[in-house]
Design a protein around this ligand. Structure first.
Ligand code: ATP
Ligand code: MG
Length: 402
């Protein structure tokens, strides 16, 4: 067993020796069988949360109402979830009630896809009640049970199907794909933040092009935030541009998408806000998108353009490498490294120094002067030297007073 499981084995043993069942379940089992890196090891058990808490010294109630207790062991935390069934789903996204059960089958049955419904006991034996092993082998994403019913229970599963297909480079099984097509409008019930999480993972997948094509093929794209029917061709073009290339970070992924959609600064910002992105990502992506639009239009970008781009040059490089034939990634990096200053803080004079020298009083003129000095230093028409900057500030003040 991989070390991630080895480390958690004493926990399984403790539960089993107390007379309950306990298994590794979900993504970790799937990823181990695929030979992929394992993130978090999830454990499912027949013991009730109170019974788990009685067995271990340090536990945290991370999701006790859903049956999840976190056990702390040698600095690591393990989520242990009681076998459960779900029923109700009147709102298409959350079960009305969670019922704890003692039977593993009931728990595996409520999971989304066959490859996610595998369990493994402490001796490494795989429990495969829904032919998940076969589907892993065939590289297929297939809903457990009736796909339409499963998407009615939780419409996010349609996003997850496409996300896993992009991450693993798997195909979506016919009936599951057909059900996405049929049930696509249910996606409107799902919170944008949750759609965003799945869509971002899809874009960053090794087979993101496959994911994008699945969105257009099923029509699910029409129910994504702020993406209407006129965007179908843009998404197909995005898939074609990507081919087998991978978008390695969320900022790179979203910049790529925004460039493909051809959004200007204002529209890009609005679009990202509507997708409920955080300010950090919005700032990075809009800055990179602004630069790429300039670059595509005129190729000759100025030092000032690069200076304003700042660290986001890495995002621009990654996106241009995807969308442009024989793009030289070193070109922009070299020019960026050669900038005289990278930030305002590196300017050899400060506002306070300007005031102290008596050249200017605090106020709007001072900001204007500092900006002009900054631009001149970046453009290399002025040395970044305190005396020279002060002299130039004097010239600007005199010009203003005429
Ligand atoms: P990842 O590598 O992205 O974490 P994962 O398979 O572990 O993949 P999680 O979202 O962490 O995905 O969920 C853990 C497990 O819980 C899944 O493998 C699946 O069995 C089950 N699961 C998660 N979300 C759903 C859902 N919406 N409907 C049904 N089962 C789900
Ligand atoms: Mg997981």
């Amino acid at each position: 067993l991989p070390s991630e499981f080895q480390k958690a084995l004493p926990i399984l043993t403790t539960i089993v020796e107390a007379g309950y069942e306990a298994y590794f379940v979900g993504g970790s089992v799937r990823d181990m069988l695929l030979g992929k890196a394992i993130h978090d090891v999830d454990i499912a058990t027949s013991a009730y949360p109170s019974e788990i808490k009685a067995l271990f010294e340090k536990t945290v109630d991370t999701g006790i109402e859903h049956g999840t207790v976190m056990v702390l062991d040698h600095g690591a935390g393990y989520e242990i979830t009681t076998f459960r069934t779900e029923s109700g789903y009147t709102d298409y996204r959350r079960p009305d009630e969670v019922i704890f059960v003692r039977d593993l089958r009931e728990d595996l049955k409520r999971r989304d896809f066959t490859i996610n419904a595998l369990a493994m006991n402490k001796t490494g034996e795989i429990i495969d009640l829904f032919d998940g092993l076969l589907d892993l082998d065939k590289k297929v994403i297939k809903a457990v049970g009736n796909p339409s019913e499963r998407f009615h229970e939780d419409a996010l599963r349609m996003m997850r199907a496409i996300r896993f297909s992009a991450q693993l480079d798997f195909v979506i099984e016919d009936k599951t794909l057909l059900a996405i097509n049929k049930e696509a409008p249910l996606l409107e019930k799902i919170a944008i933040e949750r759609i965003n999480v799945e869509f971002t993972k899809m874009l960053m997948g090794q087979a993101a092009a496959k994911g994008l094509f699945a969105f257009t093929k099923t029509g699910l794209y029409k129910y994504l935030p702020n993406i209407n029917i006129e965007r179908e061709l843009d998404l197909v073009a995005a898939g074609l541009a990507l081919k087998h290339k991978q978008l390695m970070t969320p900022a790179v992924a979203w910049t790529f998408l925004i460039v493909q959609l051809g959004l200007d600064d204002k529209r890009a910002k609005l679009f990202l806000k509507q997708w409920k992105h955080g300010n950090d990502l919005i700032n990075m992506v809009t800055s990179a998108n602004h630069f790429i639009r300039l670059y595509k239009r005129q190729t000759m970008v100025t030092n000032w353009d690069l200076y304003q781009l700042g660290n986001n040059v890495a995002i621009v490089n990654a996106v241009l490498a995807v969308i442009m034939e024989d793009f030289d990634e070193n070109e922009l990096n070299k020019r960026y490294d050669m900038l005289t200053i990278k930030t305002k803080r590196e300017l050899a004079i400060t506002g306070a120094a300007l005031i102290k020298s008596g050249v200017v009083k605090p106020g709007p003129l001072m900001g204007k002067i500092l900006l002009q000095l900054e631009q001149a230093v970046v453009a290399k028409t002025l040395d970044n030297n305190a005396a020279k900057l002060l002299a130039q500030a004097q010239v600007i003040v005199e010009g203003e007073s005429k």
